[in-house]
Ligand binder design. Structure first.
Ligand code: ARG
Length: 468
């Protein structure tokens, strides 16, 4: 494509008055957003319906014109829905594609729709409506994932597994407690979404190009009709701001990070060296060359999806930084990353919920791993404090020497004889063996928020109520 070759169309109908020639093909290619902003068609038509109803209400357009506009827009919606609408790159974006088709269908009245409005407040409105819907969809999906986690947590409230720090065996915990940790994270993600939604729920419509309008429009009416709490207070802010998208993307990135951490755990847990859980054929793939393989592809992709989501956040931040007020065409670049990130998060949430419901924990394996690595050493030290009144620091040292002794012999702490223990601390008696099992270890941790199965069951119950 040569740079000064004209695009197939000639003068643009939206600003044709000032222009005698059409854009170069390259101009049209870089300028057009219809390839991706057609996704906004529902929001665009919804906004136009509300705008037209308001124009009629305040007497700017006649009732007949409004009726024609309404019918025309509804027919266009049906055309797009049915895949019968021809989108045109020459018409640049969704706003002009819909308006041009409207005028084609209903004539004169279609040209009155844009009174007291600009594409600048129109696109800001469409994006707010889209993000608001996206928030609601994502929120519902997070709630679904949380329900899946809560069910499995309740089921496995007493299934012991190793708790890790530094990915080294630390203390025994339960699978239920572990899963509920993610429920807490996801609960905060929902709270962040709710905050974001509440803050963004103001209407930019009627800010017009940037300064408002001299027409006697009723911004409160359109705001209410579109489900907003109120119109935005400043017209410049209304057309220039995209922090609602940034806030949604930040929240999406945090949520994606949570999913990514869990996905990484599934990758580890399904590795035969761990063998903690199995995923069925539904969530694994085989290898075309190695017949024994069962690859956790879904988990790996969930682990990776956050790359796109965080990328969209950084991308939009970079577009918006340094942009002078108010609207700049730069802001047209706010869409693709946002759409892509939303899709990635939605897919990640669905796949994670699927894996949570699918995974089969191996209780025996988990229990054996939970007891390995001297994981009850803290319980032993705590026993020395409780029973023998040793200061914790001294108890830690005694326990350390016992771990070294067991390690040297290649046995567990419970494999040490009483004599071997007493060589380090003469007052140790038989009672010590009762705290060295993993079951005793987890059952003892009844402090609020602790790992004990009774806690886990209670918390799962509380979450189930909250998620109803
Ligand atoms: N397609 C544009 C966008 O997405 C719509 C607003 C265009 N406004 C303008 N004055 N060119 O941002």
């Amino acid at each position: 494509m040569s740079s000064h070759q004209p695009a197939p169309s000639t003068s643009n109908q939206a600003w044709g008055g000032r222009y005698s020639e059409g854009p170069s093909a390259i101009m049209q290619a870089i300028n057009a957003s219809i390839g991706f902003d057609r996704k906004l068609w529902r929001q665009d038509i919804r906004g136009s319906l509300a705008h037209a109803a308001m124009l009629k209400h305040v007497g700017i357009i006649s009732a007949d014109d409004e009726a024609a506009i309404r019918d025309g827009l509804n027919q266009i919606a049906a055309e797009i829905e049915a895949g019968e609408f021809t989108f045109s790159e020459a018409l640049e974006d969704i706003h002009m594609n819909v308006e041009a088709r409207l005028t084609e269908r209903i004539g004169e009245a279609g040209k009155r729709l844009h009174t007291g409005r600009s594409r600048n407040d129109q696109v800001a409105l469409d994006m707010r409506l889209w993000v608001r819907d996206a928030i609601d969809g994502i929120d519902g999906q997070i709630a679904d994932l949380m329900r899946a986690l809560v069910d499995r947590a309740d089921e496995h409230a007493a299934t012991v597994m190793p708790g890790f720090t530094h990915l080294q065996p630390a203390q025994p915990t339960t699978l239920g407690h572990h899963l509920l940790a993610y429920v807490e994270m996801l609960g905060r993600d929902r709270a962040r979404l709710a905050d974001c939604r509440a803050r963004m729920n103001e209407s930019p419509l009627g800010a017009a190009a940037l300064c408002g309008t001299g027409f006697p429009i009723d911004r409160h009416m359109t705001a209410a009709a579109l489900g907003f709490d109120q119109p935005m207070r400043n017209s410049l802010d209304a057309v220039a701001s995209r922090d609602f998208s940034l806030e949604f993307l930040s929240t999406a990135t945090i949520c994606g990070t949570h999913l990514s951490r869990f996905a990484e755990e599934i990758v580890l847990w399904t590795n035969p060296y761990f063998g903690f859980v199995k995923l069925s054929d539904a969530f694994t793939t085989g290898s075309s060359i190695m017949p024994q393989k069962r690859n956790p592809d879904a988990a790996e992709l969930v682990r990776a999806k956050v790359g796109r989501i965080a990328g969209a956040l950084v991308g939009l931040m970079t577009v918006m930084k340094g942009l002078p007020l108010t609207y700049g065409k730069d802001m047209q670049e706010d869409k693709e990353g946002l759409f892509d990130a939303t899709e990635a998060l939605a897919l990640g949430l669905a796949a994670t919920a699927g894996m949570v419901r699918d995974m089969q924990p191996d209780g025996a394996r988990l229990k054996a791993a939970a007891g390995a690595g001297f994981s009850t050493a803290t319980d032993l030290a705590d026993w020395l404090v409780r029973e023998l009144r040793l200061p914790f620091r001294d108890a830690h040292h005694v326990t350390g020497r016992l771990v070294a002794k067991a390690d040297a012999k290649g046995i567990d702490l419970s494999g040490l004889s009483l004599e071997e223990m007493q060589a380090e601390e003469p007052r140790i008696h038989n009672g010590i063996y009762s705290v060295l099992t993993v079951e005793a270890s987890v059952a003892s941790r009844t402090s609020y928020g602790g790992t004990a199965p009774v806690n886990v069951r209670r918390m799962a119950g509380e979450w189930r109520e909250r998620l109803k």
